[in-house]
Ligand binder design. Structure first.
Ligand SMILES: Nc1ncnc2c1ncn2[C@@H]1O[C@H](COP(=O)(O)OP(=O)(O)OP(=O)(O)O)[C@@H](O)[C@H]1O
Ligand SMILES: [Mg+2]
Length: 325
């Protein structure tokens, strides 16, 4: 492959990845001292082997650069998976600037903020959207929520574990980039759908996310969506460049989920407007999203809930990785 200079790993990609990894490993006390986590594990050991439980498949929708279309894709997938008969909850994990409730036409009164603060229960916070899937809404414009405390992260892990026992699929819509809580959620999920665009800045940032996450978990599984392609076929070309760099420089094999063309019809302009897949299921972009959802099912083993030992589910993985951030 002819390497674009901006994609040259000897240049900014490596430096970018290094910078990002050190950020993710940063000294933020919000993620808690190691000792506290180890103490927790010791307690788990004393309590004995955790029981096996049925858990939903969890899919984190992530990106390096902001505005690549994560929330659009996450809400669309949640609607489509619900219509397939899967019990689906969309979790708005964009801690500072949540917006999935707007995209699903919901006006929540309670959000993750009250749930993680202990002022509301999961059942009080969960909403059912007019299009079907449930939503765990995030807080928007609450600066403190943009950097959840260690206590809030542990509460979040517990609530995800609880939700996973009730549902078939959890779609986790993340904020852009590699804030610690975002990386942790990627590490806790079964699959990471990485949403990028064909432009170089978005591809470089997507690579940086792969590098950052793979250094913390070399078994992380990435599915790539190239959004807003100007012409059909451009997505696969962009994916080839990204996957080659990821294979060569971090030894990670990425999988291609598909592309979505740039289509002004997807943008929701007024409050209460529902996603395109719900209002115009036969539109070209809705059919494209349908194919993406089907392929997601194929690549993710049918998106079937499965039995896992209690400490190896999403809650356990989240808590375990928290020790190393
Ligand atoms: N395929 C597309 N064609 C045209 N516009 C699109 C497409 N996908 C997304 N958009 C538009 O791009 C904007 C950003 O999308 P979205 O909010 O889903 O991105 P995001 O990745 O969730 O952003 P953030 O990083 O801020 O969370 C929205 O206005 C959305 O309607
Ligand atoms: Mg978003």
């Amino acid at each position: 492959m002819a390497m674009d200079p901006a994609m040259d790993p000897a240049m900014d990609l490596t430096d970018r990845g290094r910078q990002i990894t050190s950020h993710a490993k940063g000294e933020r006390s919000a993620l808690g001292p190691r000792g506290r986590g180890l103490f927790g594990r010791l307690l788990d050991g004393i309590r004995g082997a955790p029981a096996v439980r049925r858990e939903a498949v969890s899919i984190a929708v992530a990106s390096g650069k902001g505005g690549t279309g994560k929330s659009f894709l996450a809400t669309s997938l949640a609607v489509l998976l619900h219509r397939d008969g899967r019990r689906t909850t969309l979790v708005d994990c964009d801690f500072g600037l949540a917006c999935d409730h707007l995209l699903l036409g919901i006006k929540p009164t309670l959000t993750l903020q009250q749930l993680l603060g202990g002022q509301a229960t999961l059942d009080q916070v969960l909403c059912t959207s007019p299009c079907g899937p449930r939503l765990l809404p995030g807080a928007s414009g609450v600066r403190r929520m943009a950097a959840p405390s260690d206590r809030e992260l542990l509460a979040f892990a517990r609530e995800l574990g609880e939700l996973a026992q009730r549902e078939d699929v959890l779609v986790l819509d993340l904020g852009a980039g590699i804030a610690p809580a975002t990386v942790l959620t990627m590490l806790g999920a079964d699959w990471i759908v990485l949403v990028t665009q064909p432009e170089i800045a978005a591809l470089v940032d997507a690579y940086a996310v792969v590098k950052c996450v793979a250094q913390l978990n070399d078994r992380a599984r990435f599915l790539v969506v190239v959004n807003r392609v100007p012409v059909p076929g451009r997505g696969e070309l962009a994916f080839q460049r990204l996957t080659e760099v990821a294979r060569q420089h971090v030894g990670v094999e990425l999988h291609y989920l598909g592309e979505i063309v740039d289509d002004g019809a997807v943008t929701q302009h007024r409050l209460g407007q529902l996603p395109l897949v719900a209002t115009e299921p036969e539109a070209a972009t809705s059919r494209c999203l349908r194919r993406l959802a089907d392929r997601l099912g194929e690549l993710c083993g049918g998106l079937q809930p499965r039995e896992v030992p209690g400490d190896q589910g999403i809650e356990g993985r989240f808590k375990q990785h928290r020790l190393f951030l």
